[in-house]
Design a protein around this ligand. Structure first.
Ligand SMILES: [Zn+2]
Length: 446
């Protein structure tokens, strides 16, 4: 068992055609489940005039109305408390409460049954196995175990596949680094922001070179970073480890992962999730590779509060390539590129914040942190970019500034007001960063 290549050799190598059949079958089942057990879903589907027996082929799925996060907030004012009427099981079957982080509005509550929780763990087992986690690994989790789902399921899945797990819970960053050193941990999980920050703390405050510690693989989630090539490179060099991306969400599940072959994108776990890509403007489903749109996703097996055609607002595109690892599930190219809400027009040009990150982290001499502020001054958009120059590169500030301006113009077609800051002057973030600030209008709810 321990040396097999795939966590599930059957599902992970199923021919595409069979995968589609499986997805259709599972979609019919979860759609009927939601229709039969959730008042919220039945209302939504009745209004659209669609019933479970209408889903006969794949094409019928696009007729099913999508669910937005704001709808989930509204239903939570209804009975039963505190989840509302999308709940498909009696309250006594709910075994775990989680909530979304609420960075874009009122948090959404998420109930799971024990069966749902086992499903979370199973999904994460695919991720960890594909990234080379094996029973011999000692996995350190530098994560403040709390009300959010992040890394809880990663913890349990690591145990499930046989790893030894060290919960780094309430330890501070220095204590976590010392524990990794003391116990010779081989793997860990965190947000790119935190993992980079940890490396900085080790180097600057503890005189420890993190690449000399024993960590050989890191699973990143919560932000796009591990799929942005220059950020991935910084993470891998800092820790002397392979860094893999994963995307998941409280209200969806753990739906995608980068495999050990690092194909420049993430696999969608298609036996468990149906991912559709919709044009942001028209809603048209994009089947072909190379065109970006927002993700509409269905968790095909989740029961307590189903996720059926959820409009995630994650911007993704299909890759044209099959992965060399042999998994037949499709890849999304370059991971999650951003959020439909974050990709904004500045001076009439579409700007994805991840493109700025790619440029900043690709320039030697710049620190990991940066801050982008978009403002409207005298009816014109202005973008201020603040970066930090590392102490050893202070004498090359002008050179760095010139390269930065050139690269930004090349990659984003925009001009920036650049501000070079001293080392460690920009805000540091514990978990997820808020480096992009659009002050032109209030943040939208997602
Ligand atoms: Zn692969």
């Amino acid at each position: 068992m321990s040396e097999q290549k795939y966590w599930n050799p059957v599902l992970e190598t199923l021919p595409q055609e069979k995968l589609r059949q499986l997805q259709l079958k599972k979609f019919q089942k979860i759609f009927k489940w939601a229709y039969d057990h959730s008042k919220f879903h039945r209302r939504l589907y009745n209004q659209a005039g669609i019933k479970p027996e209408d889903i006969i082929s794949f094409a019928d799925i696009a007729r099913v109305p999508t669910v937005e996060k704001s709808m989930m907030r509204d239903i939570q004012r209804k009975d039963p408390f505190p989840y509302g009427d999308a709940l498909c099981v009696p309250l006594e079957e709910v075994t775990v409460f989680r909530q979304t982080s609420g960075t874009t509005g009122q948090p959404v509550y998420q109930p799971d049954t024990w069966q749902d929780w086992e499903w979370w763990m199973e999904c994460w087992s695919y991720i960890l196995w594909a990234q080379g986690y094996r029973p011999r690994d000692r996995v350190f989790i530098p994560f403040g175990y709390n009300i959010f789902v992040a890394f809880w399921a990663g913890h349990y899945a690591a145990e499930k596949i046989g790893c030894e797990v060290i919960p780094g819970g309430v330890l501070d960053t220095k204590a976590r680094i010392l524990k990794i050193q003391e116990l010779k941990a081989t793997a860990m999980m965190g947000t790119p922001t935190y993992i980079l920050g940890m490396a900085e703390t080790a180097r600057m405050k503890m005189n420890i070179d993190p690449s000399e510690l024993t960590i050989n693989k890191i699973t990143c989630a919560g932000e796009c970073g591990a799929s942005i090539p220059s950020t991935k490179k910084r993470l891998e060099e800092a820790w002397g480890a392979k860094v893999f991306d994963h995307a998941g969400a409280t209200e969806i599940g753990a739906w995608s992962f980068e495999c050990q072959d690092q194909p420049g994108g993430m696999h969608v776990n298609e036996a468990f999730f149906l991912v559709e890509i919709a044009d942001v403007e028209t809603g048209e489903i994009i089947a072909e590779p190379g065109r970006r749109g927002k993700m509409i996703i269905t968790a095909l097996d989740r029961q307590a509060q189903p996720c059926v055609r959820f409009d995630s607002k994650d911007v993704i595109e299909w890759s044209a390539e099959a992965c060399s690892c042999g998994r037949t599930s499709r890849l999304i190219k370059g991971g999650v590129v951003g959020r439909a809400d974050d990709i904004t027009k500045v001076k009439g040009v579409l700007l994805a914040p991840s493109a700025i990150e790619e440029v900043v982290r690709n320039i030697d001499g710049l620190g990991d942190e940066y801050e982008v502020i978009v403002e409207r001054i005298d009816d014109a958009d202005r973008i201020k970019l603040r970066v930090e120059v590392l102490p050893e590169a202070q004498d090359q500030c002008r050179l760095i500034e010139g390269e930065l301006a050139d690269q930004l113009r090349l990659k984003t077609n925009l001009r920036y007001d650049l501000e070079i800051c001293g080392c460690e002057t920009l805000p540091r973030y514990e978990v997820k960063a808020k480096r992009f600030k659009d002050l032109r209008h209030k943040p939208k709810e997602d």
